[in-house]
Design a protein around this ligand. Structure first.
Ligand code: GLU
Length: 416
């Protein structure tokens, strides 16, 4: 039986198939071998289910799509402060390969442009690392993200390095300001090999799904990154990921993303999805023409825009209120965030309790934030202060302790 979601992804591809504008870049020979008509998409949920359509098995070099992943690895290895030492987090509004540094401290503006990415690459495995060892660490990490052994397109790496005058100038500039230690040639060699990892959109979707999933690879379950590292990476991507079209992208699509010259494009929906597309023809800003179209369609159709004001998170937090028996039983569900807790409190405040006891059942709550839990406990204390008995049904200890701020404990309903 056909999968409904894969069918839908296939339909989205068909909608953009005849958009044949744009050019394949020629400055890296291997890119010219791409079939301009390749069109593929894959999506990976944070629960580890992968859906794909079109040319999902085609291998292509990862290019700049590697930048957020290696940024995340550097953050994980060295910490935010050290990484900020070599690359800022402001959009540049310039071409990806611009020879520019921040005026005040001569540091690259962000890690999504080449200057920042070359600097960040140099942090991996320590500044004293050999190129070989550094590249090994990078490939090992990218492979874990993908859940399979990734290979390098050696020919592409060699070819790009031979003509890498622009990136070499960037590396010389970085070295002259002590941002990197290695010789410029070694730094660009290492960065270029990073860019030559061979991936499919399926790989990229799973890799992106890992960042969307707080660092846990959703298919293998391996914990690769801290949630704070993922948050930092997604934040920088949201303002700097789409070359100089980042502002337009955020307004039209509204999810953190990164594109590359080989026509790959990834996007992450925090806590929900990783998405990747491939279509090699690029627009003047260097982004895949049909990739951008697909993301725009997905964002509208699936309501993925992060700035969408129609998302009513928390509005279904109260599953039911049962006042038919001796107790008033309020059953909650979903994730108790601040907004969900606010909704719950509003509901509780508008209820007249006819029973002597009010029972809060959190057995259907799947997760909660500390602020949400605090608000629930505070509210229970007030209900008790208003003269009612209180209790909770909490088999999985979702409330993480039943202590109230007056020092007393909320009883478990089954203990009474
Ligand atoms: N290796 C490519 C370069 O540095 C990557 C550029 C890109 O994908 O934007 O020129």
């Amino acid at each position: 039986m056909h999968n409904l979601i894969s069918d839908y992804l296939g339909e989205i591809l068909d909608d953009v198939r005849d958009h044949v504008d744009g050019e394949i870049p020629t400055y890296i020979t291997s890119l010219t071998k791409a079939d301009p008509d390749w069109l593929g998409i894959a999506m990976c949920t944070t629960s580890g289910r992968v859906y794909e359509a079109g040319d999902a098995e085609v291998l292509f070099t990862i290019q700049s799509v590697s930048k957020p992943f290696i940024y995340a690895l550097a953050l994980q290895e060295c910490g935010l402060e050290r990484v900020l030492d070599v690359a800022g987090m402001e959009p540049s509004g310039e071409a990806f390969n611009e020879l520019s540094l921040r005026e005040e401290d001569k540091r690259p503006l962000n890690p999504m442009i080449n200057a920042g990415a070359i600097a960040v690459n140099q942090l991996i495995n320590g500044e004293d690392s050999s190129v070989e060892d550094r590249v090994d660490v990078i490939f090992d990490f990218l492979s874990k993200l993908a859940g399979r052994e990734l290979e390098m397109d050696e020919e592409s790496a060699v070819d790009e390095l031979e003509k890498a005058d622009r990136n070499l100038s960037i590396a010389h500039m970085l070295r002259s300001h002590d941002v990197i230690v290695d010789a410029a040639h070694d730094a660009v060699d290492s960065y270029t090999r990073q860019c030559s990892a061979l991936v499919t959109v399926r790989d990229l979707a799973v890799m992106s799904g890992t960042l969307a999933n707080g660092g846990v690879q959703p298919v293998t379950g391996e914990k690769l990154l801290d949630p704070e590292v993922c948050r930092q990476t997604l934040s920088v991507m949201s303002s700097c990921g789409m070359y100089d079209a980042a502002g337009r992208w955020m307004a039209r699509v509204g999810i953190p993303a990164k594109s590359g010259v080989s026509g790959g494009l990834i996007g992450m929906l925090p806590g929900q999805l990783g998405i990747a597309t491939l279509s090699p023809r690029l627009d003047p800003a260097g982004n895949s023409v049909r990739g951008v179209d697909v993301f725009e369609d997905l964002s509208t159709d699936m309501g993925l825009h992060l700035m969408s004001t129609e998302h009513r998170t928390g509005s279904h937090a109260v599953r039911s209120v049962d006042r038919s028996g001796e107790d008033t039983i309020i059953t909650l569900q979903g994730v108790v965030t601040f907004t969900a807790a606010e909704e719950i409190l509003h509901k509780l405040n508008s209820l007249d309790f006819v029973s002597e006891r009010v029972v809060l059942d959190v057995s259907r709550v799947i997760d909660s934030h500390s602020m949400g839990r605090r608000m629930l406990k505070e509210q229970l204390q007030r209900i008790r202060e208003a003269g009612y008995d209180i209790a909770v049904v909490d088999p999985d200890a979702e409330l993480r302790g039943r202590q109230l701020s007056d020092g007393s404990q909320i009883p478990l309903a089954e203990d009474l």
